[in-house]
Design a protein around this ligand. Structure first.
Ligand SMILES: Nc1ncnc2c1ncn2[C@@H]1O[C@H](COP(=O)(O)OP(=O)(O)OP(=O)(O)O)[C@@H](O)[C@H]1O
Length: 516
């Protein structure tokens, strides 16, 4: 029998209620007291006895209403919590102050590959969760946010956040951990950061030459062979790589992009191939999978592949030939099933002739070549893309501008666009920021690098007897320093300097500048 009793608060009212139940020899199984409310769970009694009891309780001074209810609120809350824990996609695990597992939902069981019954009520250690940072949080009260950790015994990884539960004296009385599958986080990240169009239908064009390239690429998507995308910077190579992936049979698996130019060589190796447990000082406890492993079943996009060092070219070639990777510091090889799409704006043939790029790797990558023409060779696309970008930025910046004047359009079409679509996009964004009428006029369009009126002329004290190259480098350092100070983002710096963000990153690295 479950009762909800509403009353006007006074000293002794709870005592009066329990006294009547005791007199009637009715055992109270559980009780919850809220402001002006008591919930009681009593042993079952025959209906008449129950009615008599309620009538007697109603006569207590201050009692307003008594209802029979179907369950105690704590049970309802527990059922609701259970339903939530069961339906959420993230793994949730909680422990009490003794380190015993009190909550463990089905998502956690799936990610950690351990059934609920083997875990609930067990100590963390026994349940093989040593690395999940829960013990640390329990001991130190430290909170961890989205840490990638190795699952002991599971030979896989997950992303963990821990939250310490504290009492009024700030003592840790438990921990809740949120657990996510690394692959799921990565594909979510891919989806969320993919501001780029994802399919061929999302690549707009008006020119015949682009129609041909898109149709060619559509056919290549069906094959599993390696594609080498060539094209000047900003022509949309990554866009094509994503579209190739999403139109392939691997679309359901991860698309993992890595920019070989943006990562220092020492890091690139472990990023690509991963590293084994204890491979070097500072290595994550259970090692770390590389991009090849993370792209397993999907596509690995090696952007700026022409920038890979001779040492890594050898390793890359081995993986492409044998379809197996060996983590840095490990002797064990893991089979990987990955489609490679590589891209470069360098002339790989010249690099091969100059022995800077391995010929065997060149042939391995250049199985299906795809050439994206520069924007200046697809005149019709300038207007189409210009108008699409204008619409996009007008909406984004809440500017009512509606189009280009004939002279403004002419200015766009007369320019040779060395930075291609990226440069066009950036120019239009700048124009939308400047225009205050309904049409973009030629004076709202800034092409190429910003002129002296927009950036301070660099002041450089030249040393005597410097070569031209050294003098130019000094000017470059001043410009980079100033732009870095103002924008602190390689993309925004690239937009201002008319460079791709990877070219900016390369330059920052060259002069030891950091974006942090
Ligand atoms: N056809 C297109 N339609 C819409 N946007 C495009 C198109 N082509 C390129 N872009 C845009 O131009 C920018 C550069 O594209 P992307 O990064 O794919 O070029 P990229 O050739 O890979 O450049 P890089 O060689 O410098 O890495 C992106 O913002 C992309 O959205």
């Amino acid at each position: 029998m479950y009762l909800r009793i509403l009353y006007i608060d006074r000293i002794g009212v709870v005592h009066d209620i329990t006294a009547i139940l005791a007199k009637r020899r009715m055992n109270i199984v559980s009780m919850e007291v809220e402001k002006n409310k008591i919930y009681l769970e009593c042993q079952s009694v025959p209906i008449q006895q129950c009615k008599d009891c309620i009538a007697e309780l109603s006569r207590i001074t201050g009692i307003q209403k008594i209802d029979e209810i179907s369950a105690m609120p704590c049970k309802e809350r527990a059922e609701q919590l259970d339903a939530i824990l069961t339906s959420v996609h993230d793994g949730i695990l909680s422990v009490n102050p003794d380190g015993l597992i009190t909550q463990y939902n089905p998502a956690a069981a799936r990610i950690l590959n351990l059934p609920v019954k083997k875990v609930i009520g067990k100590p963390l250690e026994a349940a093989l969760f040593k690395n999940l940072l829960i013990q640390e949080t329990l001991q130190t009260g430290c909170q961890y946010h989205n840490r990638e950790v190795y699952i002991d015994g599971g030979n896989s990884y997950c992303v963990v956040s821990t939250i310490p539960l504290k009492n009024n004296d700030n003592e840790v009385v438990g921990v809740v951990a949120l657990i996510r599958d690394t692959q799921e986080v990565r594909s979510l990240m891919n989806n969320m950061t993919a501001s780029l169009p994802m399919t061929f239908a999302d690549i707009p064009y008006a020119s015949a030459v682009m129609r041909q390239v898109v149709n060619q690429a559509r056919r290549y998507a069906a094959s599993d062979s390696t594609v080498l995308i060539r094209g000047e910077t900003g022509t949309g190579k990554e866009l094509f790589a994503r579209a190739l992936h999403s139109s392939s049979t691997r679309a359901g698996a991860a698309f993992v992009p890595i920019n070989c130019a943006a990562i220092p060589e020492t890091l690139l190796e472990s990023e690509l191939f991963g590293y084994a447990r204890g491979a070097f000082t500072g290595a994550a406890k259970g090692g770390k999978p590389g991009m090849f492993e993370l792209a397993n079943g999907g596509t690995l996009f090696l952007d700026e592949v022409g920038e890979v060092s001779a040492h890594l070219q050898v390793k890359l070639l081995r993986v492409l030939q044998e379809k197996r990777v060996r983590r840095v510091g490990s002797t064990k090889e893991v089979a990987v099933d990955v489609r490679i799409i590589a891209a470069t704006n360098r002339n790989l043939e010249d690099m091969v002739a100059d022995k800077i790029f391995r010929e065997d790797l060149y042939y391995r990558l250049n199985v299906i070549p795809l050439l994206i023409p520069p924007l200046r060779e697809r005149f019709e696309d300038i207007q189409l893309l210009g108008e699409l970008f204008l619409k996009h930025f007008a909406e984004k910046l809440h500017n009512p501008v509606q189009g280009f004047s004939a002279a403004a359009l002419q200015r766009l079409q007369d320019y040779n666009w060395p930075g291609n679509v990226r440069e066009l996009k950036n120019s239009i964004e700048r124009s939308v920021n400047l225009v205050d009428g309904t049409l973009v006029q030629p004076e709202h369009i800034f092409l190429g690098r910003l002129s002296g009126s927009q950036t301070a002329p660099p002041s450089v004290q030249f040393e005597k007897y410097q070569t031209l190259e050294e003098r130019l480098a000094e000017v470059e350092v001043v410009i980079l320093k100033e732009t870095l100070r103002r924008f602190r983002s390689s993309r925004r710096m690239g937009a201002v300097l008319g460079l791709s963000h990877t070219a900016v990153l390369k330059k920052l690295r060259k002069y030891d500048f950091s974006l942090d």
